[in-house]
Design a protein around this ligand. Sequence first.
Ligand SMILES: Cc1cc2nc3c(=O)[nH]c(=O)nc-3n(C[C@H](O)[C@H](O)[C@H](O)COP(=O)(O)OP(=O)(O)OC[C@H]3O[C@@H](n4cnc5c(N)ncnc54)[C@H](O)[C@@H]3O)c2cc1C
Ligand SMILES: NC(=O)c1ccc[n+]([C@@H]2O[C@H](COP(=O)([O-])OP(=O)(O)OC[C@H]3O[C@@H](n4cnc5c(N)ncnc54)[C@H](OP(=O)(O)O)[C@@H]3O)[C@@H](O)[C@H]2O)c1
Length: 381
Amino acid sequence: MSSTDSVHSRKNPFRAALAVNRKLTGEGSQKETRHFELSLAGSGLHYEVGDSLGVFPSNNPELVELVLRELGVTGDEVVPSADAVEMPIREALTKSYILTEPSKQLLQAVASLDSAAAYLEEFLLPEEKAALENFLWGLDVLDVLQQFPAAKFTPAEFVKVLRKLQPRLYSIASSQKAVGESVHLTIAVVRYSVDNSPRAREGVCSTYLTERSGGSAPVFVHTAKHFRMPENADTPMIMVGPGTGVAPFRAFLQERKATGAKGKNWLFFGDQRAATDFLYREELEAALADGSLHKLSTAFSRDQEHKIYVQHRMHEHGAELFDWLENGAYFYVCGDAKRMAKDVDAALHEIVEKHGGKSAEQAKDYVEALKKEKRYRKDVY
Ligand SMILES: Cc1cc2nc3c(=O)[nH]c(=O)nc-3n(C[C@H](O)[C@H](O)[C@H](O)COP(=O)(O)OP(=O)(O)OC[C@H]3O[C@@H](n4cnc5c(N)ncnc54)[C@H](O)[C@@H]3O)c2cc1C
Ligand SMILES: NC(=O)c1ccc[n+]([C@@H]2O[C@H](COP(=O)([O-])OP(=O)(O)OC[C@H]3O[C@@H](n4cnc5c(N)ncnc54)[C@H](OP(=O)(O)O)[C@@H]3O)[C@@H](O)[C@H]2O)c1
């Protein structure tokens, strides 16, 4: 059975009970990464390892109240939601609209309502994309309202220039063969501050699941056909998953153990510090001990003066890594797209070149061939 056999989907999400919400990072960590378990019981929803779970968050009510106050409204005024359903503006701002990144339409409207904001028009020109991004960095909708108080909106005018709040995707960190109707997630909670503002800033969905869901969340299964395990259970897997990138590989390992698969598994994991950020340490060490994980290479970036990342560990084990590839291993990468996945890709090319005795051009062809054979699979964000 697949997720499509359920009446629940992105259009009709299932309200899943949140059974576990536990901090993975230890006392003194600079990060807050959490383990969540939600129940799919009664939903008819099923997932495969490699899939993601979509979660519909709602905004922090404290932020909603501040926006309502800035607008000078009570919150009871009825407006259309982003799906054109009439509801009080308080509810619409909580559930339906984005209050973090200001839309271009909001800036346009502010520029036309407040002469002090006329200069914003310039940022909206197509050639000023970089300047616009720069201007918007760290700004939310409330900041814009506060900076330009002369821009007065009616409730209906205001919601018209907001964008629809979208669900967030999370790599599923469990196998149904091991956990039944449960679904596990590994989430880095987004909290930050902005220069010259005393107000604490936060990511919508990661904090919603952490502290505002009220015990359940609307979810759907997002199928990821491109990120499946090897079809053959004997095929070796090399998995590179620093930070929350470890999530799908925890699922892969659970699946291989539950099915008694014989293929060898090698995990590269990295995070800031071993003492506080070694996510799922006991589980991974137990898997090593029982033979369901064959090799674990860790890179703790801040345990020494210079940075050590997963790609440095790949280089250290370059000859063996190339050997695994020659023996048919699939190569998986999950986590940060902006820097990590690019650097890991470069390291893979260098390893193939050095340990395969190839030119840069031949190494490129080798990696291209891995991709063509669907043995190089990425889920990066
Ligand atoms: C396929 C896929 C799988 C994913 N899997 C996982 C997973 O397993 N675990 C996981 O944790 N995430 C995962 N993500 C990311 C996840 O979907 C969310 O993007 C993430 O949790 C942030 O969402 P949020 O709503 O909490 O934050 P948002 O409200 O979306 O805020 C994030 C935004 O905050 C801003 N921001 C963040 N830090 C700062 C700063 N220091 N200064 C200024 N602005 C800042 C940036 O604009 C950033 O884009 C995945 C994404 C995809 C697409
Ligand atoms: N696209 C994005 O903007 C994006 C993507 C992923 C995560 N994040 C943010 O980062 C937070 C935590 O994410 P996460 O827990 O998944 O882990 P992460 O921040 O990606 O960090 C995990 C490990 O990767 C290291 N790292 C940093 N740059 C690297 C590189 N170029 N190559 C290899 N490793 C590298 C980090 O080291 P150091 O930190 O010590 O350098 C850390 O040890 C989230 O809150 C999220 O907001 C943003």
